[in-house]
Design a protein around this ligand. Structure first.
Ligand code: ADP
Length: 458
C-alpha cells in the first residue's frame, strides 16, 4: 500500500503527537505511524509532570524561579554536556508549551512541585494520571480534525531518500506487508529511546559498570532504538549515546515505576537493607542511583509515614492505593517503626535512628550529613510504610543530533533535508544527567518545533 501526506511522523509518543498536531495546525496533511497497538510510548508511563517556568507569575516568584534558573540547572545538572542552544530553546519555549497543551484541552493542577531529581519546584502536574492527559488531548485533536491520520501497528523500517533528501518511509504492517509512505514536505522521527534494547545499551553505555539484562527498565517494550538505527543509516550524527539515565525507583520484579509509594520527594527517606540512610534523597538522579548500586544487594526501601497517607486510600501516580499495595505484598505497613523494620527485615534500631536523625534536620531545616536540604514533614505519624526499589534504566539521553529547528544533522555537519527529529530519539539536550520533569517538556517543545519545521518545509 502507498500513502502520501505533507508530513509523515514516525512514533505516536509525546514528541510524535506534539509534532503531528502542530504540523496539522500549520496547514499540513499528516500521517502518524506507530508500531505498537496503542499510542503513548514512554511518555504515557512517565510521572506526567513537566517543568516550565511562567516567568514573573506568582508561583514563579514564590519559588524564586526563573527561565534563567531552569536553564542553569538543566545545563549544570547535565554536567555542562548539553548543547547550550538546545537547552536555551527547551527552557524558553517550555511555558508556551504548557499554554498550547491547555489550548488543546489538557488540564493541570494548581501550583508547581518538584519531580524526583528535578531539583526545583517547577513541574506542572496534569489532572489526569501519569501521561494520559497528553494523549487524551492529542487524540481528541486527531479525532476532530481533517487531514491527520494515525495508523497503529505500522513499524517504520527505513527512509526513502532521493537526491539526498528524505522523502518518505518504508514501513511494515502487522502481517509483514510493505507500506510506503511519501512525505511531500518532511518526515519527523519521534521513535523514542533504546532503554529496552540491551544490545544497544551495552554497546553505548559509558556511565555505568554494567547494563546487561540483569538491569531492568521503566520503559515500554517498544523502546528499542529503531529510529536511531534508521537515522544512522542515512548519515545522521549520533551524539552522547553513552549517557544513559537510571533511576533508583524500579519495582524489584519488573523495573517499572509502578508500585512506588512516594507521593512527593519531600517526605520520604531511603534506607538500605541494614536500615541505614545512604544518600541525599533530593540529589540528582545519577547521584542517587550510583549510591544505591553501592548498597547491599543494590536494594533499598522507601520509608514514609501517614503524612502522605491520611486514610491509606490515596493513590500514587499509577492509581495504586497504599492499602492495595500492602494487601498485594508490594508495600509494607507497621504501626511503629520497629514493627515496620521487623516486616521488611531491617535492623529496627538502625531504622529508628535513621528516622530520628532525619527528623532533627526537618525540625531545624539544616543540611544533613548527606547534604539534603529538601524537607517538609517529619516521619513521626504511624502507621509507617515501606516499599522496595532497585536501580532501573529510565532514559537514553544520547541520540540523533538536531539543531534548534529540529533538523537532523549529518556526520559531515550538514542538515539532512527532509528529516526532523524530536524527543528521546534525539541527543545532546540533557547531557550526562536529565533533570526530572524535563523529558515531557522536551517532547512538547521539540515536538512542536519539528512539526512546524516539517510543515513549513518545501
Ligand atoms: P518520546 O517521549 O520521545 O515521544 P516515546 O517513547 O513516548 O518517546 O514515544 C516513541 C513512540 O515511537 C513509541 O510509541 C514507540 O512504540 C514508537 N516507535 C518506536 N519505533 C518505531 C518504529 N520503528 N515505527 C513506528 N513507531 C515506532
Amino acid at each position: 500500500k502507498e500513502y502520501t501526506a505533507d508530513v509523515v511522523v514516525i512514533g505516536a509518543g509525546g514528541a510524535g503527537l506534539a509534532a503531528a498536531v502542530t504540523a496539522n495546525q500549520e496547514g499540513a496533511s499528516v500521517i502518524v505511524i506507530e508500531k505498537m497497538p496503542k499510542v503513548g510510548g514512554n511518555t504515557i508511563l512517565a510521572g506526567g509532570a513537566l517543568n516550565a517556568v511562567d516567568e514573573g507569575s506568582e508561583t514563579a516568584i514564590a519559588n524564586k524561579d526563573s527561565v534563567e534558573l531552569h536553564y542553569t540547572q538543566t545545563y549544570e545538572g547535565g554536567d555542562k554536556q548539553g548543547d547550550q542552544e538546545l537547552v536555551r530553546t527547551l527552557v524558553t519555549n517550555a511555558w508556551d508549551g504548557v499554554e498550547w497543551l491547555q489550548s488543546l484541552g489538557m488540564e493541570f493542577k494548581e501550583g508547581t512541585f518538584t519531580v524526583l531529581g528535578g531539583m526545583w519546584p517547577r513541574a506542572h502536574k496534569p489532572v489526569e494520571p501519569v501521561g494520559t492527559g497528553f494523549f487524551n488531548a492529542y487524540q481528541n485533536y486527531i479525532d476532530s480534525n481533517e487531514n491527520i491520520d494515525l495508523y497503529l501497528e505500522v513499524t517504520a523500517k527505513e527512509f526513502i531518500v532521493e537526491d539526498g533528501k528524505v522523502v518518505g518511509v518504508i514501513a511494515e504492517g502487522k502481517t509483514g506487508n510493505k507500506i510506503t509512505l511519501h512525505a511531500n514536505n518532511g518526515v519527523v522521527l519521534a521513535t523514542g529511546g533504546f532503554g529496552q534494547n540491551v544490545e544497544m545499551r551495552q554497546e553505548y553505555n559509558t556511565l555505568w559498570a554494567n547494563l546487561d539484562e540483569s538491569i531492568k527498565s521503566t520503559n515500554h517494550a517498544g523502546a528499542t532504538g529503531d529510529g536511531i538505527i534508521m537515522a544512522e543509516a542515512v548519515g545522521a550524527e549520533l551524539v552522547q549515546m553513552g549517557n544513559i539515565q537510571l533511576l533508583p525507583m524500579g519495582d524489584p520484579e519488573t523495573g517499572s515505576l509502578s508500585g512506588n509509594i512516594e507521593m512527593g520527594v519531600e517526605n520520604r527517606i531511603f534506607v538500605n537493607d541494614e536500615g541505614n540512610r545512604f544518600v541525599d534523597e533530593g540529589a540528582r538522579r545519577d547521584v542517587m542511583t550510583t549510591a544505591l548500586f553501592e548498597q547491599p544487594n543494590s536494594h533499598m526501601w522507601v520509608i514514609l509515614d501517614s503524612h502522605d497517607y491520611p486514610t491509606g486510600d490515596e493513590v500514587n501516580n499509577f492509581n495504586e492505593s497504599i492499602n492495595q499495595l500492602v494487601k498485594d505484598g508490594r508495600a509494607f505497613k507497621g504501626d511503629t517503626l520497629e514493627e515496620l523494620a521487623e516486616q521488611i527485615g531491617v535492623d529496627p534500631a538502625n531504622l529508628v535512628k535513621a528516622v530520628e536523625g532525619f527528623n532533627t534536620h526537618v525540625a531545624d531545616k539544616s543540611a544533613d550529613e548527606f547534604g539534603r536540604t529538601l524537607y517538609q514533614d517529619p516521619i513521626d505519624q504511624g502507621p509507617y510504610y515501606a516499599g522496595a526499589r532497585i536501580p532501573t534504566v529510565h532514559h537514553t539521553m544520547g541520540g540523533v543530533k538536531i539543531n534548534t529547528d529540529a533538523q537532523v544533522i549529518s556526520t559531515t555537519g550538514d542538515i539532512i533535508p527532509g528529516l526532523y527529529a524530536a524527543g528521546e530519539v534525539t541527543g545532546g539536550i540533557h547531557g550526562a544527567n536529565r533533570l526530572g520533569g524535563n523529558a515531557l517538556t522536551d517532547t512538547v517543545v521539540f515536538g512542536r518545533i519539528a512539526g512546524a519545521s516539517a510543515a513549513q518545509a518545501k
